[in-house]
Design a protein around this ligand. Structure first.
Ligand SMILES: Cc1cc2nc3c(=O)[nH]c(=O)nc-3n(C[C@H](O)[C@H](O)[C@H](O)COP(=O)(O)O)c2cc1C
Length: 402
């Protein structure tokens, strides 16, 4: 099992990761991680921070000569902005120099400031903000990149795109799902070509008309000092039938993916396949009929389930959507109360994104990849890549003969 811990404050020196459970024999370099770190920084609507930070990972343990050792892997991402925050975020006691105009006691509605300040008895809410900030999601992308490398070994590929920002959405998302379902990437190069098509859009939306409207929506939101959320879809291609299990609640693949997605800041809902649309349809218009062909074996003609039935992958593309709420830090702040004076005030303002849905999609890919890699390691062994590939090969032969 992959287990990971992260540490790091938003304006602290660095973000750190320790990830355990990565098998021996996996080729891994900092570039594998940096590619996804760059993808997380894409996206129309991000704040100035993205211009300061060009994230780059340093692997400090668990890899030798470009190959994993099965020992814990440690990764660091430096915060470039740290130079400007050294005194404020000093680890050593700097006396009064850590108290500055960066300290605040007027919680931002929608953030962890209020509940965290009371829970941890903090009067300077910076002590909550720094860890609650979504800066931490950069290091999650790092663990996701490692998980994706494990999945590459069995040709499983994970990506995402934005389906909605504010009221603007892809006109026919169902059609888009159908098209995506038909894609069976033979190689990583084919997959990367598909992913680059999505990433070349400033909002990571592959439909030009929707993309244009989404950009306009972000611009007008920014001009009015507001923020906006949206929906993205994560897809995992070439997932074999049989990952996850129905036998216990916490081992169901859909439950594990939903948990992982809900752990991302600002994600407030998750749906698989047709999702909430299921409520409107009769069973006969929902469930994916099963067919057999001597060439391709068992298959479905539809994928309304989103690739998981009974907590087990069913061989179709895994399709999961998540909704991101609008960013809570606003240029025109909402009403709040100063936790010290108890006087009403407008909430604290900090440099912030207007819309981070395109980036959140990349973070979500990482979390889905971690859960899929875990399910894969459970099924095919977890000590070495050669052992896993051997087990996978004989499992696929078994399915072919079933
Ligand atoms: C990629 C990403 C970027 C984010 N950027 C910001 C931001 O710039 N400003 C902000 O106030 N919230 C941002 N958020 C959302 C907050 O971190 C989140 O709303 C907050 O921690 C409260 O958690 P909750 O929304 O899950 O309750 C971002 C979230 C993600 C996933």
């Amino acid at each position: 099992m992959i287990r990971f811990l992260t540490a790091g404050e938003s304006h602290g020196k660095c973000l750190s990761l320790i990830v355990e459970g990565v098998p021996a024999g996996l080729c891994l370099s900092a570039d594998d991680i940096n590619r996804d770190l760059r993808r997380r920084q894409l996206g129309y609507g991000r704040g100035n921070r993205m211009k300061i930070e060009t994230d780059s990972a340093e692997i400090t343990a668990g890899v030798r000569n470009g190959v994993t050792l099965a020992s814990p892997i440690s990764v660091i991402i430096q915060n470039k902005d740290w130079e400007n925050w050294k005194d404020i975020m000093s680890i050593e006691d700097k006396g009064d120099s850590s108290i500055s105009d960066r300290s605040f006691s007027r919680p931002r509605p929608g953030h962890a400031d209020f509940a965290g300040g009371i829970k941890y008895n903090q009067k300077d809410l910076r002590n909550i903000l720094e860890r609650a900030s979504a800066r931490e999601t950069a290091i999650r992308v790092a663990v996701g990149a490692i998980a994706k490398k494990i999945l590459d070994e069995i040709n499983v590929f994970v990506t995402s795109f934005v389906t909605q920002i504010g009221k603007c959405s892809i006109a026919n998302v169902w059609q888009f799902m159908e098209d995506a379902r038909c894609l069976q990437f033979k190689s990583k190069i084919d997959f990367l070509r598909f992913q680059e098509r999505i990433d070349s859009s400033p909002v990571r939306c592959p439909e030009p008309e929707a993309e244009k409207q989404m950009i306009e929506e972000i611009d007008s939101t920014k001009n009015s000092g507001d923020s906006i959320g949206g929906v993205f879809q994560v897809m995992a291609f070439n997932v074999p039938v049989g990952l996850g299990t129905h036998v216990h609640w916490d081992r169901r693949l859909d439950a594990r993916i939903a948990y992982a997605l809900m752990s991302i800041p600002a994600i407030k809902g998750v749906e698989f396949g047709l999702g909430f649309e299921l409520a409107k349809r009769k069973g006969s218009k929902v469930h994916d009929e099963i067919f057999y062909d001597s060439e391709k074996g068992f298959y479905h003609r539809t994928n309304n389930a989103g690739g998981i039935e009974g907590g087990i992958s069913n061989g179709e593309t895994i399709v999961v959507k998540a909704v991101m709420k609008p960013i809570p830090t606003l240029t025109n702040p909402l009403k709040s109360v100063d936790l010290i004076s108890k006087e009403p005030f407008m909430a604290f303002k900090e440099r912030s994104d207007v819309c981070a849905v395109p980036s959140a999609g990349v973070v979500a890919e990482a979390m889905v990849a971690v859960e899929l890699a875990n399910a894969m390691l459970e099924k095919f062994g977890s000590d070495s890549i050669s052992e896993i590939k051997q087990a996978f090969k004989s499992y696929m032969e078994y399915i072919a003969k079933y």
